[in-house]
Design a protein around this ligand. Structure first.
Ligand SMILES: [Zn+2]
Length: 109
């Protein structure tokens, strides 16, 4: 797994930069400016589906597990802790799964 790179100068974006981009903006404004050459990038359209797909899958999986296995010998608290851990893990791995592409600034202006 590798982090997304600048499409102009090949400078690799920092994990923290991608992470912040993913979680501090809405899905249409996930911009990253290359710290080396300043080229503006946006989350590739196909990459927008990855986080949503993953998180939806986890939620559906959690509901199924909850209905099938949670009983007196498998307390909900334990299930909840596992769920939270998986959720955090995916959140941490997400920056490696998404791609960024250069924005045509002429188009924006
Ligand atoms: Zn660059």
């Amino acid at each position: 797994m590798k982090l997304s790179k600048c499409s102009r100068c090949n400078h690799q974006f920092k994990w923290k930069t991608i992470f912040n981009s993913l979680w501090s903006h809405n899905w249409n404004k996930t911009f990253i400016n290359c710290s080396k050459c300043g080229t503006k990038h946006n989350l590739a359209p196909r990459s927008r589906f990855i986080p949503m797909l993953l998180l939806t899958t986890i939620f559906l999986f959690a509901i199924v597990i909850n209905n099938l296995f949670v009983n007196d010998s498998f307390p909900f608290l334990l299930f909840f802790l596992i769920f939270i851990n998986v959720y955090i893990l995916i959140t941490l791995v997400l920056p490696y799964l998404v791609n960024y592409e250069k924005i045509n600034t002429n188009y924006l202006n």
